[in-house]
Design a protein around this ligand. Structure first.
Ligand code: PLP
Length: 392
């Protein structure tokens, strides 16, 4: 069948592909330790689930306004103002079917062929594909592993050309965990203002920060930068709600309006019941976030140390999120394995551990391991990795 040139420009998500391969093995009864999934292993908080039960009982089961129920838009704006010192109005928010959908709406609304988007490496797999789907091109910005993959404004500026429309940031970063320094963020915002660009800042992991500081958001910079900043967020990771599919975009009203136009012909509103649940998540008690963060911090220490004890692996301490992004160059050379994709396949088929190869995130020497899984699974996974890779 002849498919569109547009869809042939993109490929399946590499994280999704590993997830599917691991799921298939598990369905056959194989005991796979899955360290590939980018989702909290915690349950959705009870008060959030209760709000969903109530929504069903109250027959809150019809279409809602395409941009989301007013109560949820209000809750998003208030939560962001409180946590990130922004001052958006409800005209500047769109409720989407997960954060991914917000990114797709935004790239579709903003970009056209000939445009360029600046993206630091490593990057979350979907960024590149969303840009390509919109017909634009990516300008990748290298980061340095010795600086824990934190991008700097100078490096971003070096990649900006007359064709640049968008700078796409994600801090804390998936897959490296890097948190961009506040002073660099400020310089990037200044660059965007000077060159009349938009910065899309993906804040899906902003509450998972091991440095103890409150998350810095470009949206806190005030009126002068308002036209140049859009925020993507989601309840998926923050409240262990990946399956509920609720995300959002905060940004300039004309951009939000354009995204709404696309959404009105695509998904319409996010699920009505999930929207009620999201109101409870954003407006209710927030202690589940700290509970998860405390647990992630323990797992992070365990996995970083376990990986660094394997010959040929070096693993940085991630600043945030719930991934580690170890460098396996020494191992690849010693075992004469071509790529981390080949190694990941061996790990799945022989060691029964699912990890995501770095190629999809834009680097050749790394794999991504998620520690959003139980300590028991992590210990088992680390043990299998050490046995298999230790064989040399
Ligand atoms: C950096 C980043 N942004 C956005 C998302 C989207 O999450 P969701 O669509 O579940 O809100 C993810 C999910 O893995 C992510 O890692």
């Amino acid at each position: 069948m002849r498919l569109s040139e547009r869809v042939r420009r993109i490929s399946m998500s590499s994280t999704g592909a590993v997830f599917a391969a691991a799921a298939q093995l598990k369905a056959q009864g194989v005991d796979v330790v899955d360290l590939s999934a980018g989702e909290p292993d915690f349950p959705t908080p009870s008060h959030v689930k209760r709000a969903a039960f109530e929504a069903i009982q109250d027959d809150f089961t019809r279409y809602t306004p395409t941009d989301g129920i007013p109560q949820l838009k209000q809750a998003i704006v208030q939560r962001h103002a409180r946590d990130c010192r922004s001052d958006y109005s409800t005209r500047e928010v769109l409720v989407t079917v997960g954060g991914k959908h917000a990114i797709f709406n935004l790239t579709s609304a903003l970009l056209q062929p000939g445009d360029e988007v600046v993206i630091p490496v490593p990057y979350w797999v979907t960024f590149k594909e969303a840009v390509h789907y919109a017909g634009a091109a990516c300008r990748f910005v290298p980061t340095s592993e010795s600086e824990n993959f934190r991008v700097t404004a100078d490096r971003i500026e070096a990649a900006v050309s007359p064709r640049t429309r968008l700078i796409l940031l994600n801090s804390p970063n998936n897959p490296s965990g890097a948190i961009i320094r506040e002073e660099e963020m400020r310089k990037i915002a200044e660059l965007a203002r000077r060159r009349d660009l938009l910065v899309l800042t993906d804040e899906c992991y902003c509450h998972f920060n091991y440095e103890g500081s409150t998350p810095f958001s470009l949206a806190s910079l005030g009126e002068a930068y308002r036209e140049h900043v859009a925020v993507v967020g989601s309840v998926s990771k923050t409240y262990a709600m990946t399956g509920w599919r609720v995300g959002f975009c905060l940004g300039p009203a004309p951009l939000i309006g354009a995204m709404l136009k696309i959404q009105s012909h695509c998904t319409s509103n996010a699920n009505s019941i999930a929207q009620k649940a999201a109101v409870a998540a954003l407006g209710g008690p927030q202690d589940s976030i700290q509970d998860m963060l405390r647990e992630y911090a323990l797992r992070r220490s365990f996995i970083v140390e376990a990986l660094n004890s394997i010959n040929g692996i070096s693993c940085n301490w991630p600043d945030g999120a719930f991934y580690v992004y170890p460098n396996l160059r020494g191992l690849l050379d010693a075992r004469r394995v071509e790529s981390t994709a080949d190694l990941a396949l061996q790990l799945l088929q022989e060691a029964r551990v699912a990890v995501v190869p770095g190629e999809g995130f834009g680097t050749r020497d790394h794999i991504r391991i998620s520690y959003a899984t139980s300590m028991e699974q992590l210990e088992k996974g680390a043990d299998r990795l050490a046995r298999f890779l230790g064989k040399g």
